[in-house]
Every structure is written in C-alpha cells, then in structure tokens.
Design a protein around this ligand. Structure first.
Ligand SMILES: NC(=O)c1ccc[n+]([C@@H]2O[C@H](COP(=O)([O-])OP(=O)(O)OC[C@H]3O[C@@H](n4cnc5c(N)ncnc54)[C@H](OP(=O)(O)O)[C@@H]3O)[C@@H](O)[C@H]2O)c1
Length: 332
C-alpha cells in the first residue's frame, strides 16, 4: 500500500487506516465480535493499513485492550493512534482536560495497549473548564517523557456556527492556533466524506499549508456511503445511527442519489470495485496529507477498504462526485 508521511513528526503510515471504534462502541453488535474484530485488524495490517485508530473511551477501555492483543504480536506493523479527554459516565460523556488527569490517562492507555509508546496521542475534545493550552502542555510533556511520539487534535464534534453563517471549523482553527503556540500538532482528526465535505472549506487547507496530517473520520458516512444500508431498516437503540438525523427512513431515502452516484462510478471501474472504495478513494484524493480511517469490525470489509488505496479516480469521476446533491439531514 502507498505510504503517507504526515505532520511535524514525519509520521509514516499506510494511506488508508483502520478505525477500530465499531469493534467496541457506537454500533450495534459492538463488543460481541471480538474474534472477528481481531481478524479484521490482522487483515488491515496484512494489507499495509498500519494506522489503528482507537480511544480510551471506546468500550470504554475494551477497544484499547483489543488493539493491545494485536500489538502483542505485531507492534512493528502497527501505528497506534489513541485519544484522551473524554470520560464515559453513567448518564453523560464528560470532558476532562486537566493536566494531571491527561497524564494518568496516558499511563492507563499504555498499560491497556501493552506498549511503551503511543505513536499519535489525540485530544478527543477540549475541556471547556480548562484552557486548551494547559491540556496540550501536559500532552507535550508526555512527548518529552518518551511516552508519546506525536500529538493530534480531534474536531469531530464540531457543529456550532452553521446557523450563524460561520464555517463549521472556524472554532477548530482557532483552537489549533492556540495549541500550535505550545507544541506542534501532527494531525487533526475530523469528519470528512462525500456527504460531509465541510472540512474542505478551511480546515483541510489549513492543515496542508502547515504540514499537518488529516485523519478523515467517518469517511464512509457511518456506513451509508457503502450502499449496504436500506432506508427504513432501523437501528438498535445502542447504535449511534438510531439518533442520527441522516438515518431516519426519510433522510436515507432522500440521500440515495449520493449512493447511486458512487455506485455508477464504482461500476465504471470494473467488477469488484465497491461504493465504499470510491468513497475512500475520494477522501484520499483530497490531498497527500489525508489518511482516511474507515471503521469496521469485519475482516472482509477491512480488506476491501484497504484495497481502496489502489483505486485512482479520474477527473471525470471527481467532477461527478462534486456534482452530486448535498446531503440532507443535519445535527444543527
Ligand atoms: N475523533 C472522534 O471523535 C471520532 C468520532 C467518530 C469516529 N472516529 C474515528 O473514525 C473511524 C471511522 O468512523 P466510523 O467507524 O464511525 O464511520 P465510517 O468509517 O464512516 O463507517 C463505519 C460503518 O461502515 C461499515 N462499513 C465499513 N466498511 C464497509 C464496507 N466496505 N462495506 C460496507 N459497510 C462497511 C461498518 O460496519 P461494521 O461496523 O459492521 O463493520 C460501520 O457500520 C472510527 O472507527 C474512529 O476511529 C473518531
């Protein structure tokens, strides 16, 4: 697989990564497919998809333990990216960016992952009660201590601003400017996909101009862009899509033209090319600093997603995707 070098720390990873979240969190059946999940991670690594994206809160904790089982055998093949700063409580998920907490969280992640060093340590969400510079300073000390190789910032929850006319990631960029004063950001993780392209406006160019890598989260639109989900199919209450405004039967039907467009392009590239692969190839084509992290707990899909690194979309394909209707259904 093509390798991509990202960020101030010149991190080298396979062009497509693997999002490990669905193995333990947010999707129906998470936590119940341990052995299949392990096979999925092996398949991704075999194909060169080295970046394994996890977080302490996925599970919570069980996702890092699962990744740790793989690292025991294959630390050299994997690039581990994990996250701190969110705590799963009884009722709510709360942010904690206090320096002492961040340092303890890192030690706990290292233990669960069974490794001496985390390749990319990401701040999952900034804590509104703690100046982000303080949290980031503590994370920088983890780099100095040799526990972490590089730092990343997540901006997946960014939603504010659309109603006021601001761009989705204006707040993210303000936050990035602040943390850059303290220690270099090696990667930003934010949603980027054919149906959620907002990061293209300002965030992606901001990263590219500064040599910051971009991890494209939810590059398959939580599975919608793969064409395997049917309008009205319903989701279990523990599945994030049961509450997602784009996954009502009405919105899934309204957004079908996007999937149909991806399917048309896939078919032009020949048998065996999937909508998912076209969606991932589109993300890859957004810049050499972009590494999509499609999530799956299935071996077959991990292999299929990794193979998207070989798919080259033509200028006609890209123009066709640019001309697809915008997605309907929004959190705002
Ligand atoms: N930083 C953050 O706050 C944040 C937030 C969200 C996500 N992320 C990261 O981004 C990663 C990706 O996001 P995501 O997993 O939510 O969304 P996604 O990658 O857009 O889609 C995942 C869904 O697509 C399905 N899928 C995957 N490959 C497929 C294929 N080839 N064909 C058909 N279906 C396929 C998966 O099914 P199965 O589950 O059945 O395999 C899963 O339901 C996460 O794993 C996580 O690492 C980060």
């Amino acid at each position: 697989m093509e390798r991509r070098t990202i960020g101030a720390a010149a991190l080298e990873v396979g062009a497509v990564g693997l999002g490990c979240m669905p193995m333990s969190w947010a999707y129906t059946g998470s936590q119940q497919r341990g052995e299949e999940s392990l096979r999925a991670v092996h398949a991704a690594l075999d194909a060169g998809a080295s970046l394994l994206d996890t977080a302490d809160m996925y599970g919570p904790f069980t996702n890092e333990l699962l990744v740790g089982r793989i690292l025991k055998e294959r630390r050299g093949d994997a690039f581990v990216s994990t996250k701190c700063g969110l705590l799963v409580g009884e009722q709510h998920i709360v942010a904690n960016g206090r320096p002492g907490y961040v340092k303890r969280a890192c030690d706990a992640s290292l233990r669960r992952l069974g490794t001496d060093v985390i390749d990319l340590y990401q701040l999952h969400r900034a804590d509104p009660e703690v100046p982000v510079e303080e949290t980031w300073g503590a994370m920088a000390e983890l780099v100095a201590a040799g526990k972490v190789r590089a730092l990343g910032l997540c901006a997946v929850g960014a939603r504010s601003g659309r109603r006021t006319g601001a761009r989705l990631h204006d707040g993210t960029i303000r936050q990035l400017r602040r943390v850059q004063q303290v220690f270099p950001v090696s990667a930003v993780q934010a949603e980027l996909s054919v149906w959620s392209p907002e990061a293209l406006d300002a965030l992606l160019p901001w990263c590219e101009a500064r040599g910051v890598g971009f991890l494209a989260a939810m590059p398959l639109g939580n599975g919608f862009l793969t064409g395997t989900l049917k309008p009205g199919q319903g989701f279990e209450p523990d599945d994030v899509r049961a509450r997602h405004p784009r996954f009502t039967a009405e919105m899934m039907a309204a957004n079908q033209p996007i999937v149909v467009g991806l399917r048309r392009i896939a078919q032009r590239h020949g048998p065996g090319v999937s909508e998912a692969q076209v969606a991932l190839a589109w993300a890859l084509s957004r810049g050499p600093h972009v590494v999509p992290v499609p999530g799956t707990k299935r071996e077959r899909w991990a292999r299929e997603n990794a193979a998207a690194a070989e798919l080259r979309l033509t200028p006609e394909d890209l123009a066709e995707i640019a001309g697809l209707p915008g997605a309907q259904g929004s959190w705002d």
